[in-house]
Design a protein around this ligand. Structure first.
Ligand code: EPU
Length: 451
């Protein structure tokens, strides 16, 4: 298993560009199940999750053609199989987003029920409640969800849950409703920009969706959908991670294709902390513009809470915690989406961070410096925070299990090295002082499905 070796303390400088969004791309790819015509994507990120989703879609009868690293076309050629098997779903929770499209188009779907994940329970009750409201019958058999409906019928559906709305649940219900008879209204829909991007594709395929990106989405069902081309929106979480990397390393980095408009909660915290965030050309589209991040690392403490969009995203909580470890004073972070999403806390502590956790809140006592150490990646975003800490720390950090990072950051080490970071990917079995040598065979086989 690969390991990242980082020699910390290098100031990041230079220019990079943000790839297409993983969390937009997964439901976008699944939407190709809604038609027999080709769907062509550009700016598709080159990630293991995308490869896994393509494999799943191939099993479900899609012809997948990769034109270049970031360009892919999918076309359904065989509708006979509607079973998303446990083997794939357990490696990637987001496989669940084939549920709505398959049900709407094929009238029957069998999807393995995703289990919990590295940072807690991840129920899908809201997805199922939404599909039932459209007239589906749902049963559980051998760990699989079986959903059936001869014809979905539009309905008014409330998708709010105890932690807000559901992103992939909204994607599932909205996708299914495109082919339902009559009008569907989703109340308390997820407002995340990835939902608006999905609606854009679906509308280009012939769907009639309005209000996507707001809590009330209205879908007028149509008889059928057709082919389309789509450019995947930039990844706001990757963009935020690069911005925090620049901030942590006293850096000066220009980030192109930066979705500034989608990251206001994050850039607001960065500014409060004392990091300079500047849109280089104010006339550029604020969803894909160039932004300069400059930091002199005199960081102030801050208090923030993760929330559904447009609040501070849970997917950047770990990275921002790494930054605040180096602020001058006490910061308070509260996690309101996944109250257990703190796997990075003990690992950051190994690097000298002073962190006190009480339930869903962590108090971060800023320290002068972090110290390199062997640490263990546990899920995608927690791993990213360890990389950031390693970049800023004194000495060497080795991060094992970097396959987590490959799910959401395309060749992360190459992007960071292009900015001057001393980071390399090495074969874990060659590390002498790091953790990989003490990992057991069974721990190496753990498959986490955190996304
Ligand atoms: N929830 C329910 N019932 C449901 C669904 C969700 O109670 O049926 C709860 C969840 O337990 C959670 C909250 O609602 O407390 C939000 O979960 P949501 O359904 O919105 O999460 P998701 O759609 O499964 C996506 C991203 C996650 C991201 C969350 C929240 C993808 C592929 N995944 O997950 O991304 O954290 O939204 O923004 O889009 C990541 O990229 O690292 C990642 C985990």
């Amino acid at each position: 298993m690969d390991v990242f070796k980082i020699q910390g303390g290098q100031r990041l400088t230079g220019k990079i560009s943000v790839d297409g969004s993983k969390n937009a791309a997964l439901p976008l790819l699944a939407a190709s199940l809604l038609t027999s015509e080709p769907i062509h994507f550009t700016c598709m990120p080159h990630l293991s999750d995308i490869t896994n989703m393509s494999k799943l879609l191939a099993e479900l009868g899609c012809k997948v053609e990769q034109q270049s690293t970031n360009e892919i076309t999918l076309q359904v050629t065989d509708e006979s199989t509607s079973h998303a098997r446990y083997d794939i779903v357990r490696t990637m929770r987001a496989s669940v987003c084939v549920l709505g499209p398959l049900l709407a188009r094929r009238g029957k779907v069998r999807v393995s029920m995703p289990g919990g994940c590295a940072f807690g329970d991840r129920p899908i009750d809201l997805h199922l409640r939404g599909l039932e409201a459209l007239g589906a019958t749902i049963e559980l058999d051998g760990g699989d969800i079986i959903a059936r409906a001869d014809k979905l019928i539009g309905a008014t559906i409330f998708l709010g849950g105890p932690f807000g709305s559901t992103v992939l649940g909204t994607a599932n219900v909205m996708s299914a409703a495109t082919l339902a008879k009559g009008r569907t209204i989703i109340e308390s829909a997820a407002c995340e920009p990835e939902i608006a991007d999905l609606a854009l594709l679906l509308n280009n395929m012939g769907a009639k969706i309005s209000g996507a990106g707001t809590p009330r989405i209205i879908i007028e069902g149509v008889e059928q959908l057709g082919g389309a081309s789509h450019t995947v929106m930039p990844d706001r979480i990757v963009a935020g991670t690069w911005a925090i990397a620049a901030a942590m390393t006293n850096g000066d980095v220009t980030i192109e294709r930066f979705p500034l408009d989608h990251l206001l909660a994050v850039t607001n915290i960065l500014s409060t902390v004392g990091v300079h965030v500047k849109q280089i050309d104010p006339s550029e589209n604020p969803r894909t513009c160039a932004v300069q991040i400059v930091s002199d690392r005199h960081l102030k403490p801050v208090m923030f809470t993760t929330q559904p969009y447009p609040g501070f995203p849970t997917d950047l909580q770990a990275q921002m915690m790494a930054l605040l470890c180096l602020s001058r004073g006490n910061s308070i972070i509260t996690e309101k989406i996944y109250p257990e999403r703190f796997m990075h806390v003990p690992e950051l502590s190994r690097m000298g961070a002073k962190l006190v956790r009480q339930g869903a809140t962590v108090i971060v006592q800023g320290v002068d410096h972090l110290v390199g150490a062997p640490v263990m990646a546990s899920d995608l975003r927690a791993s990213a925070s360890l990389v950031l800490a390693g970049l800023a720390a004194e000495g060497e950090t080795t991060i094992s299990r970097v396959y987590h990072l490959d799910r959401g950051y395309a060749a992360m080490e190459k992007t960071l090295a292009s900015l001057g970071a001393k980071i390399e990917r090495v074969d874990g079995s060659t590390i002498v002082d790091g953790l990989p040598l003490v990992e057991t065979v069974s721990s190496q086989k753990i498959v986490q499905s955190d996304c």
